[in-house]
Design a protein around this ligand. Structure first.
Ligand SMILES: Nc1ncnc2c1ncn2[C@@H]1O[C@H](COP(=O)(O)OP(=O)(O)O)[C@@H](O)[C@H]1O
Ligand SMILES: [Mg+2]
Length: 300
């Protein structure tokens, strides 16, 4: 199968705010795919479009080859959890899953529900009311709910938010096991780099509704996405020459360019009368890449 999820020039505008801004992306089947970005980057908006919960302003989202929001068959093969799910407070975890499985027309399969409760480590809390659940427990119940229909594709928005380190570790193992043992393609959004780095095979980094990079974790970490860090003055002149390829990094500027573009860039900076005090290649670990691409306020 080709891509399980695609974004084709997606834009979603909320008044003047572009939650997504001409985003194109393709998620291959198999493994765990991470959509990484700071708060407000557009991750939940993207997932909502893929799940047909909202419509894009422009462009198209596709899920399992069908147009997002218009393909009921694709929806049946997909499980999802968007942000922290809310469940009726006076039902127990087990009753919640029974109710949801009936609502989706699945047979009341008690054995499957037991297995799912066990898989998300809620067996002991199975007959407690959801009202008393911690955020982490609600998230785990949300994941169990997303797995009710035995999906091929599982879409999880910030699946470990509000969890303690032990809970995060459990969810990480569950996600890996779903991908490795059950062959489910898992797509998750997170603003936590460590989570993504540990569990994902591939990652897309989003910022301000745009794709800033997309690659395997291995490639990103091995330094294929190095940047030229240029110190000099005036910084505004450096940013002007670089345009969209430049990001402020404190007193310096990070240039997203290939190595072969460097000599020409430096010649242009000199021609613009920039006093360059230092230019060096940085990056090579995902944390730096993430911070370089999303962490600093934009000057342009
Ligand atoms: N329903 C909405 N109405 C207005 N603005 C919204 C709405 N949903 C999201 N936004 C804005 O769109 C941007 C992206 O939000 P979101 O997709 O939730 O980002 P993320 O999930 O990466 O934190 C933010 O600036 C957010 O405030
Ligand atoms: Mg979000």
């Amino acid at each position: 199968m080709s891509a399980v999820l695609e974004a084709d020039n997606l834009t979603k505008a909320y008044g003047a705010v572009k939650a997504l801004d001409g985003l194109s992306l393709s998620v291959p089947p198999g493994g765990v795919y991470g959509v990484l970005g700071p708060n407000g980057a557009g991750k939940s908006t993207l997932f909502r479009i893929w799940l047909g919960l909202i419509r894009p302003t422009e462009g198209e989202g596709r899920i399992m080859g069908g147009v997002a929001g218009k393909d009921a068959k694709a929806a049946r093969r997909t499980g999802s959890m968007i942000e922290t799910p809310r469940f009726p407070p006076f039902l127990t975890a087990r009753q919640t899953l029974v109710m949801l499985s009936r609502a989706s027309g699945l047979k009341n399969n008690a054995a499957r529900i037991d297995t799912l409760l066990d898989r998300v480590n809620l067996t002991e809390a199975a007959d407690r009311k959801v009202k008393g659940f911690s955020v982490g427990m609600a998230q785990r119940l949300g994941i169990a709910a997303a797995l009710l229909n035995e999906p091929e594709l599982l879409i999880l928005d910030e699946p470990t938010s509000g969890m303690d380190p032990a809970g995060i570790n459990e969810i990480r193992n569950l996600i890996r096991s779903l991908a490795d043992d059950d062959g489910v393609t898992v797509v998750l959004a997170s603003h936590q780099l460590a989570e993504v780095q540990r569990v994902c095979n591939r990652v897309a980094i989003l910022d301000h509704g745009k794709l800033v990079s997309e690659d395997t974790i291995d490639e990103m970490v091995s330094g294929s996405t190095q940047h030229l860090r240029i110190s000099g003055s005036p910084v505004t002149a450096i940013m002007k020459v670089l345009g969209k390829k430049g990001t402020r990094d404190g007193e310096a500027v990070l240039a997203r360019i290939d190595r072969k573009e460097a000599p020409d860039l430096i010649r242009r900076l000199v021609a613009e009368k920039v006093n360059i005090t230092e230019a060096r290649w940085v990056g090579g670990d995902l944390e730096k890449v993430f911070l370089q691409q999303t962490g600093e306020p934009r000057a342009n």
